[in-house]
Design a protein around this ligand. Sequence first.
Ligand code: HEM
Length: 544
Amino acid sequence: MPQWNPGTSMNCFFQTSLIPENPILKVNPIKRGYLYLEEWFNYSFGPEWNPLYHLGTLTFFFFWVVLVSGIYLFIFFDTSLSGAYASVEYLTHEQWYLGGVMRSLHRYASDAAIVTILLHMFREFALDRYRGFRWFSWVTGVPTLWFVITLGITGYWLVWDELGLYVAVLSSQLMDALPIVSGSMASNFLEGQLTDRFFTLMGFLHLLGQPVLLIFVLWIHVKRLSHVEISAPRGLAIGSFLALLTLSLIYPAVSHAPADLHKVPAELNLDWFYLNIYPLLDTLTAGQTWIVTIGITFLLMLMPWLPPKKTGKAAEVHLDECNGCGQCAVDCPFDAISVQARTDSARWEYEVVVEDSLCAACGICVGSCHSSNPFRRSSKTLETGIDMPQFPIDEVRTRTREALAGTQGEVRVLLIGCQHALDAERLKSENVAVLSLLCTGMMPPTLVEYALKQGADGVFVTGCRQGDCYYRYGNVWMDKRFEGVRKPVLRERADRSRIQIFRAAETDHKQLLNRLAGFQRQILDAKAEDIGAQGRQQAGGGRA
Ligand code: HEM
């Protein structure tokens, strides 16, 4: 009968879990700060509603609010130079209960969109998700920011109050500095030559031209991604809307005095989200302002190469093992895999093909392939339909076996992590074997069963935080495979009590250690219970 002493075993967990230095301090301070902020939001909102995980979709939601409120405003808006101000005043004061609220929603949702765009941008930067294969999303993201800002600028222009005039005159100064614009727009304004036609053109730009262009730029922005979410979670959308509505009721958006070319406004309340360039003209010439703006834009666009980041080798298709089911193409978060008619003489209709330039080398496709089954014995080397040259599935299987063979103790755990979250290798100990994958989405569910068969008492899966995968969908697909709702599924017969998932970023070291120790304790208790039950059974059998 196996011998078991709970007292000594418990001590051994905590001893093996001790680490000599604080690994959190090794994380770059910007990323560390951001991860702490994200964690705080996770505590407050939960991962599902954490706004920091939904910055792109929240921006889309604010655009919807802007669109709907904008359509309402347009119904009452007079696009003539003489009638514009009065029509906005009517909406703001006479119809404050609806028109005024719509105007405020329009303004505050536009401001909120800038906040979420800037946060979205900062997040990609802080988490180093803007270089390597992500260069395209980053580079196409920068102009979207400008498109949104110019949309706001024409919006302020249309109110035709003192602020609108300020925007119009300074924008014209900026345009005059460009060699492509003939004549002097600024002096036209000052000489009162602004015509209704020009004002209507502005209205057209703001209401139709710029939004259509923005949609086009956004389409390009997310073109290289698949499964792009554009709807914010309902709770988050409702909460954000209520916040905007409350703000609109407490601080309704109002106009300045009507535009008057002969009067210098005493004070202007600038919207710094949109009109931040104009104050530069107090100290710089229009030409210098262009140079600064274009310079910053180029610098931002060059960032993915300052310094560049290498992407691993692209996935490779092994037609001998591919039946063209296309699951890898469906799962690929970067649209790098497509299905085409078979090019060999195999009996299958389709095969998959990888577009190397789009491949992020995440290995999620390997986890999707039903052939990535470590139990297969067809040949000495485990071959699969699609594989990662830098970490083939055969090596994954070998390392699993070897790592477990190197462990000892009463509770031997295989900890499976990824290379973009907490460094799993640091948690290696005499009773914890570690397998660090490119992404946890690379793990075929059968690997878990295989590890249990190879002597692991438990499998502990970590990787990027819940709701946030470095490769977008790795941990999402993994969860669904484990839940049995996405192929390939973790089989029913896999003992769930010996599998635990706890996602952890670099700053979650302590929490992970606690969960791991708890998991080991749970297995130990279960073992003790089993041994007790066996003992009771044997004793009962003996008496009988
Ligand atoms: C109108 C403004 C923007 C909107 C609505 C928007 C929206 C989105 C959406 C929905 C995604 C896909 C996220 C996902 O499903 O994982 C995305 C990805 C991305 N965006 Fe934006 N974005 C905007 C502006 C920007 C800007 C200004 C930048 C940076 C300069 C940027 C950088 C990125 C990057 C690097 C990704 C790739 C993320 C990944 O591969 O995981 N975006 N954006």
